[in-house]
Write a protein that binds this ligand. Structure first.
Ligand code: NAD
Length: 512
């Protein structure tokens, strides 16, 4: 478990916290809680630095990303060690979710940001095209506040920072107080890459520091975390009249159709539910399997789950629960499900062979939507499977949720998979894979319903760190202005005749 111990204030007068690793319970360091005054001065410095940063050609900004990529490759082991120490996740997951995904993002945005953000000439419609030229310029917003969670402590801090910087903004990052060292590494990597001073600043702290950042005069907040905190961030941003993206929790549904490849679907369900010990926003938290294949599917899932190795050291597949707060939620959801008649086919308890917070990979059947397990985010290694009569019922059940982040459909018929995906009220859907759209740079990623507001990543995400400014140029150097006055009854009548011609005749409609 992550252990946080409040300490006496140091010489600086700031509150301090001591942290211990969830994997080894060894102390891993202390952090200072930066105050509102610290945040204000960081934002002021970021605003000054932004002028020169935005003036750099985008190819120059890209050069810093490539250098950061070199540093990341050189310091891979440091990042892995820090992430594993802070979260207790298996090395393979740290490699895939943190190093691979960040390497891909640095390379992708360095390579593609110029094309995505280049100014565009837009053809105008109708008669306006004879009078005006339109160009749309993507201008940086200014200073972006990035607030990140603990479950992907490196990637979920890095990814918004890369996009904010490539778009010409400066950034102030406030990583989770329970995984601050992964966040500090983001700052170190860019500093080693030679990023100019104050273009990126990392401030450690807790909710107070995060709240101060939302109110420190930043031009946008990129927030990833829980629904509860997301609402507070949304209120703060609304009061400041600044935009935000909110990447929040989920309760992803997986639909298994009667024509699915059952081996693949079972493997996908296991990976979807137990990756990151189920502690990731797009974890598979509900499975709806069509009656005719339900037994075969469930049997294969249970077989696979039996082979998973849980642990903290050496080679293992499923790690620890991050902290007691999460374990309490898991145990509450499981107790509620049991009391309402759910059956447990695997796991269903804390792992008796391991010290620390280990909950066994768990498969639950006979579940229904009265249970917390099917309605609230569990964020643990629990896979509930519900039988449904057919695909229609599966879609209806999948959509019966307050959340709408990701989800998946399993079928041998891709066209049918896409049709079903289009009827699921979710931010993104995968056909024949566990939800992994966050890792696909071109895919805009964001939740619907309680799962969030706005989208990150790809063209949409990168442009979201800019204001799209239309610049309209008069083709005749402004001559038209001369004829605006005086107003007269005669000219009004002329305009009305023209309106009548334009949209009251087929020639007019064709021209306009
Ligand atoms: P959290 O909301 O507790 O904390 C997230 C961050 O917000 C932390 O840095 C925290 O210090 C900060 N914070 C706390 N109070 C604040 C306030 N009032 N104002 C501003 N910032 C404040 O979330 P968590 O427990 O760290 O993360 C787990 C949650 O994140 C889960 O619900 C998970 O589903 C979600 N998540 C979503 C995505 C996504 O992309 N949609 C990705 C990962 C995690």
């Amino acid at each position: 478990m992550a252990i946080l111990t409040p300490l006496d204030s140091g010489a600086s007068g700031r509150r301090r916290l001591a942290l211990a690793s969830p994997a080894t319970l060894e102390p891993i360091g202390e952090i200072e809680i930066h105050t509102a005054a610290d945040v204000d001065s960081a934002v002021a410095r970021a605003r000054k630095a932004q002028v020169d940063w935005a003036a750099l050609p985008i190819s120059e900004r890209a050069r810093f990303m490539y250098r950061a990529l070199d540093v990341l490759l050189a310091r891979q082991e440091d990042v892995l060690k820090t992430v594993i120490q802070e979260t207790g996740k298996p090395r393979t997951e740290a490699l895939q979710m943190e190093i691979f995904a960040v390497g891909d993002a640095l390379n992708y945005y360095a390579k593609n940001a110029a094309a995505i953000l280049k100014s565009e000439k837009k053809k105008l419609h109708g008669l306006t095209r004879f009078m005006k030229r339109l160009r749309i310029v993507h201008r940086p917003l200014g200073v972006v506040g990035v607030i990140s969670p603990w479950n992907g402590p490196f990637v979920l801090a890095m990814n918004p920072v890369i996009q904010a910087l490539m778009a010409g903004n400066t950034a102030v990052l406030k990583p989770s107080e329970v995984t601050p060292f992964s966040g500090l590494l983001v700052g170190e990597i860019f500093a080693e890459a030679g990023l100019p001073e104050d273009v990126l600043q990392v401030l450690t702290g807790d909710g107070e520091t995060g709240a101060a950042l939302c109110r420190a005069g930043v031009d946008k907040v990129a927030f990833t975390g829980s629904v509860e905190t997301g609402r507070k961030v949304a209120v703060a941003c609304a009061e400041q009249l600044i935009p935000c993206t909110l990447e929040l929790g989920g309760k992803d549904a997986m639909i298994v159709c009667d024509d699915a490849n059952i081996d693949y679907a079972a493997a996908g369900a296991v990976a979807g539910a137990f990756m990151n010990t189920g502690q990731y926003c797009c974890g598979t938290e509900r499975v709806y399997v069509v009656e005719s294949v339900a037994d075969a599917f469930t049997e294969k899932v249970v077989e696979r789950v039996a082979q998973l190795r849980q642990g903290a050291e050496g080679e293992f597949d499923v790690g620890a629960i991050f902290w007691p707060r999460q374990l309490e939620i898991i145990e509450e959801h499981m107790a509620d499900a049991r009391s309402r008649g759910a059956r447990i086919l695997a796991g269903g308890r804390r792992n008796p062979d391991l010290e620390g917070l280990f909950y066994e990979p768990t498969v639950v059947v006979d579940v229904d939507h009265t249970m917390q397990l099917m309605r609230e985010e569990t964020f643990g290694p629990i896979l509930p499977i519900m039988r449904v009569a057919n695909e229609e019922e599966a879609i209806e059940r999948a959509n019966d949720s307050d959340y709408g982040l990701g989800g998946s459909v399993w079928t041998r018929d891709n066209a049918k998979g896409v049709r079903i995906a289009q009827r699921m009220d979710s931010g993104s859907i995968c056909v024949n894979d566990m939800t992994m759209t966050y890792g696909v740079q071109e895919a805009p990623f964001g939740g619907r319903k309680a799962s969030g507001i706005g989208q990150v990543n790809g063209e949409t995400g990168l442009r979201g760190y800019c204001h799209a400014e239309p610049i309209l140029v008069d083709r005749r150097g402004g001559k038209m202005s001369e004829g605006r006055y005086p107003y007269s009854v005669k000219s009004d009548a002329g305009l009305q005749k023209f309106i009548q011609f334009l949209w009251g005749t087929s020639l007019g409609r064709w021209l306009s």
